[in-house]
Design a binder for this molecule. Structure first.
Ligand code: 13P
Length: 371
């Protein structure tokens, strides 16, 4: 045995103290009590699908107008929204009077973030599994985004439950790519949101979803440790543990909360700054009720548990807007009320049904969802 090699694996450094403090304070601000993230980082093609649903053409101008609607909502938005995840083009867009969106958000006290992954690609030889690309040039892109006002980033990996999946190949590859991404972000003073999404597609039950989530998260935190990622300056963006969309046996919010928190207790280190759930095709109301149940679940929960919702914060907004200028105010009201409901759920104070949205119970599931 070569003793030097043996030792080498445990010789490493965490970031300098000032960088640790900077990362930690950004991460903690995002998960302040009663606050969460608005994920508005839909790619051009995904935004096109959302616009198509309301008979709106997918033009640069319509996407800009829609994001302007979101970001110019009343200042009260900042009471429940601490951060917004942007897509590249949106970082450089402006309101109609020429104010950059990033400045609009900052003025409200909302932290701008950026999606830095470049989408999923197939893993050869796997059963329809994938990894996520975008590591090339990532450091340079992060450095530029930091200069342009973004303080945190998101990278989404996707794991699929099937008879033989997720495979060892997919679990290891996605854990590793998330760890490399997280380390590159931190080197550029950006807080990485680590998102290993186990898709809800399939007819698997709650127990299988829990075990897969545990296995995936355990691999992710092993990889983050191997890459010396500073956990206090990271956030986890996981799926809630739910039965597959096709499973006939549905679960109550309390069962989902128990399965989700138990999976995290077994795999997510207490050092992680916080957990910001994706909504994953749940209806707006379900996503809020389940988040509330997770926060009222009695058990060890050493991390803030809040939201980073895309569909479950925007479905009612899009419905109300319909691409019409005279409906902007009505759409903004929908955003504020859903943000408030989720802010309450993040501290376990949401009363089911107390905030009604235009898309309330409408399922938002999309098969094999791409972002
Ligand atoms: P959903 O809340 O629509 O699942 O999306 C959140 C997100 O940012 C996925 O990467």
């Amino acid at each position: 045995m070569n003793n030097n090699l043996d030792k080498m694996t445990t010789y490493f450094s965490y970031p300098p103290v000032e960088l640790q403090e900077e990362l930690k304070s950004i991460a903690n601000a995002i998960v302040a009590p009663g606050k969460g993230i608005l994920a508005a980082d839909e790619s051009v093609s995904t935004m096109g699908k959302r616009l198509q649903d309301i008979n709106c053409e997918n033009t640069d101008e319509n996407r800009r107008k829609y994001r302007e609607l979101l970001f110019t909502s009343d200042d009260k938005l900042a009471q429940n929204i601490s951060g917004v995840i942007l897509f590249h083009e949106t970082v450089y867009q402006k309101t109609k009077d020429g104010t950059p969106f990033v400045d609009i958000l900052k003025k409200k006290g909302i932290i701008p973030g950026i999606k830095v992954d470049q989408g999923v690609v197939p893993l050869m030889g796997s059963e329809d599994e994938c990894t996520t690309q975008g590591l090339d040039n990532l450091s340079a892109r992060c450095a530029q985004y930091k200069k342009d006002g973004c303080q945190f980033a998101k990278w989404r990996c996707v794991l699929k439950i099937n008879k033989n999946t997720p495979s060892y190949q997919a679990i290891q590859e996605n854990a590793n790519v998330l760890a490399r991404y997280a380390s590159i972000c931190q080197a550029n003073r950006i807080v990485p949101i680590v998102e290993p999404e186990v898709l809800p597609d399939g007819d698997h039950d709650l127990d299988r979803a829990q075990k897969v989530t545990e296995t995936v998260l355990a691999a992710v935190y092993k990889a983050l440790n191997d890459h010396h990622v500073y956990l206090e300056g990271t956030l986890l963006k996981p799926n809630m543990v739910t039965p597959g969309m096709g499973c006939p046996k549905r679960a109550t919010a309390a069962e989902i909360a128990a399965a989700t928190v138990t999976a995290f207790q077994r795999t997510v280190p207490p050092a992680v700054a916080g957990v910001t759930f994706l909504s994953g095709g749940q209806s707006e109301e379900e996503a809020t009720v389940n988040l509330n149940a997770i926060n009222t679940y009695v058990g060890r929960k050493p991390w803030p548990l809040t939201f980073s919702y895309g569909r479950a914060l925007q479905a009612s907004v899009l419905r109300a807007w319909q691409g019409k200028d005279d409906q902007v105010a009505a759409a903004q009201t929908e955003l504020l009320s859903r943000a408030l409901a989720n802010g309450q759920a993040a501290v376990g104070k949401y009363v089911a049904g107390s905030v009604q949205g235009k898309a309330g119970d409408q399922g938002l599931f999309i098969q094999n969802h791409a972002y």
